[in-house]
Design a protein. Structure first.
Length: 642
């Protein structure tokens, strides 16, 4: 059948099908009660026109493009039945064909509606705050990056942004699927359409309305709906040849009995029945509904799959390569260890206080980690005077009247530095453990060493285990970081295959090496340096929250909320979609084969052939939409968690 795309079109088609059905039922009643032929004949004609004009027009358009459409075959069969006086049989074919087409259209429209309905969650207006603090009610579509909006208790957030002031709890289940409200405070990200709790929030808009998470989900699904998976393309290619062959065989089914002395009416009726039951409607509908349903369901849970091709490929993956920083880890350096030289008489809090005070004016990521660690321990930071920073060396400032230096041990630790050997041993121990060592000097004397490291994501271990179960082998770690740091993180995550110190091209080579071994590799990354590997892989997935623009553009799918466990979940969902495609093809083949054999060997009544053919089409279409249900995602996520 020709594809039916929008809900508006689907509703219009349903109305025409309803008119055709009513006309048919009234005509049949009149015919059975012995009413004049012109009365029920006119009503049958109404059924033909209202139920058949749309598929006839679609078929003629396809014929104009030199393709033979299944719709046209159905109309020809109905007209053929009418030509031999079987008005009721032809009208029944039209009514069932139109009804099944309307059901298919409505069911398929649910795929987009289930996601597009998220747009309705975003409020139409928001309260924008001017520079002088005045409040203005404006359309959310008119908000621009940099605007500040006020979100009162119980209101929905009007735009994607970051909290400037206020604390509250926000229900963001519509975007992330999290069952409980999430605490929000200054610096936290919020999403358009999520529901604010009891506190008031001031939010700085960070994305235009058309670029919000909700809008991106809708756009991704719309784009995906316009693509076709390889299985679908193969079916459509075969469909054209099949349809031409079907016409040829139908003519033979009609002509051969005539040559053997059969009656014209019986031969034509058998040929029309054959054309109906042998048409590949259900086969054509077997592929796209499951894949589009899976795309829509994944989109609701923060995984933007860019096309049906990608959704099909995700289920084929049998090898995974994970980036480290920002993917397997949180991407934010944290103070993980504090070491004090023996006999120093200092406390860890004092060391952190001095280091954080000296680094406080700096914007370096390591400086931010030190300041954050001091604040988390409740350290009161004294003022730093005469601050200077040297790239590659560190920072220097006067703290409590004492010169304090914080930086790389290789630059600050000279041979004549007091306790140089002991400090060097501490530095070596930390670096061998995968930490970045930061030395703190007070008036040139070592006060201690801080070990800074990126932290493994909380869901990394479960994700690695789930990927191992899905693919039959442990993922490999590909990173540009040093081997010691990579090995430490890999051991925590349960990864044995570590490729460290890689340049972007080296990551591509690692992926291609796996693919030369016959594997279909999924690469998960977030940085510019990951983009080449994402492009070279069988399938590329980008971490969306901190992902670079290049990585997001290059990847085939985007994990909006940076939840690693959604990677194996969407792979499981893809495999479920592929199983449904196979199920649909089997169902369609069994129905077509059985009905064709019945018609050729025995005598299949036309109404029964119509019911069997169109019924199988509806069954296949509805079966493909099972993955729209929330239970489908829960099953996929449950398997990865288990």
């Amino acid at each position: 059948m020709a594809p039916r795309r929008t809900r508006v079109f689907a509703l219009a088609e349903a109305r025409w099908a309803a008119v055709a059905t009513v006309a048919f039922l009234i005509a049949l009643s009149l015919q059975l009660t012995g009413a004049p032929g012109w009365a029920w004949g006119a009503l049958y004609a109404v059924a033909y026109l209202t139920g058949g004009w749309e598929p006839a027009w679609a078929g003629l358009r396809a014929l104009g493009e030199r393709t033979l459409d299944v719709d046209l075959l159905m109309i020809v069969a109905a007209l053929g039945a009418a030509a031999i006086g079987q008005l009721m049989d032809g009208a029944l074919l039209i009514v069932i064909f139109a009804t099944s087409g309307a059901l298919e259209a409505l069911a398929t429209a649910r795929t987009q509606d289930s996601v597009r309905g998220l747009l309705d969650l975003a409020p139409a207006t928001a309260t924008r705050l001017s520079d002088d603090g005045e409040e203005h009610s404006v359309a959310t579509a008119g908000l621009v990056v940099g605007d500040t909006i006020l979100v009162r208790p119980g209101e929905r957030v009007g735009a994607d942004g970051r909290v400037l002031a206020g604390t509250s709890e926000v229900d963001q289940a519509t975007i992330t699927g999290e069952p409980l409200p999430v605490a929000k405070e200054p610096g936290d990200e919020v999403f358009a359409g999520t529901l604010n709790g009891l506190g008031a929030l001031r939010v700085k808009v960070e994305r235009d309305a058309g670029d919000s998470v909700i809008a991106r989900i809708v756009a991704m699904v719309a784009e995906a709906s316009g693509t076709k998976a390889p299985t679908q393309l193969f079916i459509e290619k075969v469909e054209q040849r099949y349809s031409v062959g079907l016409v040829a065989v139908t003519l033979a089914v009609f002509a051969v009995p005539l040559m053997l002395g059969a009656e014209l009416t019986g031969a034509l009726l058998r040929a029309m029945t054959f054309m109906i039951v042998a048409s590949p409607c259900a086969v054509v509908l077997a592929t796209m509904p499951p894949l589009l349903s899976a795309i829509a369901n994944a989109g609701r849970h923060g995984v933007l799959v860019k096309s049906a091709v990608v959704m099909e490929r995700l289920g084929q993956v049998d090898g995974v390569a994970l980036d480290k920083t920002g993917t397997l880890t949180e991407g934010t350096p944290r103070v993980a260890a504090i070491r004090l030289p023996a006999g120093g008489g200092r406390s860890e809090e004092a060391l952190l206080t001095w280091a954080a005070a000296a680094e406080h004016p700096s914007e370096h990521p390591l400086a931010r980690a030190i300041v954050s660690a001091a604040r988390s321990r409740g350290c009161a930071l004294p003022a730093a005077e005469e601050f200077t920073a040297s790239p590659g060396t560190g920072a220097r400032a006067r703290v409590d009247g004492t010169w304090t230096e914080v930086g790389a041990p290789a630059r600050l630790l000279a041979e004549d530095t007091p306790m140089a050997d002991e400090v060097a041993d501490i530095v070596r121990e930390l670096e061998e453990g995968g930490h970045t060592a930061v030395l703190v000097l007070r008036d040139g004397v070592p006060a201690g060493v801080l070990g800074i490291a990126d932290r493994l994501r909380p869901d990394a271990v479960a994700t690695v285990a789930a990927l191992r179960e899905l693919t039959g082998r442990t993922p490999m770690l590909v990173t540009g970081d040093n081997r010691r740091a990579a090995a430490r993180l890999a051991e925590e995550a349960g990864i044995a295959d570590v490729r460290a110190g890689l340049l972007p091209q080296d990551k591509v080579d690692a992926v291609r090496e796996e693919e030369r071994a016959g594997r279909k590799v999924l690469v998960v990354g977030d940085g510019v340096n990951d983009a080449p590997a994402l492009a070279a892989a069988h399938t590329g997935v980008a971490m969306g929250r901190a992902g670079s623009d290049l990585a997001l553009e290059t990847a085939d799918a985007v994990i909006v909320r940076d939840e690693l466990t959604t990677v194996p979940a969407v792979m499981t969902l893809s495999r479920a979609a592929r199983r449904l495609v196979v199920q649909n093809l089997v169902i369609a083949s069994v129905f077509i084969s059985g009905l064709v054999l019945w018609d050729l060997i025995g005598r299949l009544p036309l109404p029964l052939g119509v019911l069997g053919h169109e019924g199988s089409t509806v069954v296949v279409g509805l079966n493909g939409l099972r993955l729209l249900r929330e239970a489908a995602w829960r099953r996929a996520a449950g398997r990865t968690a288990g």
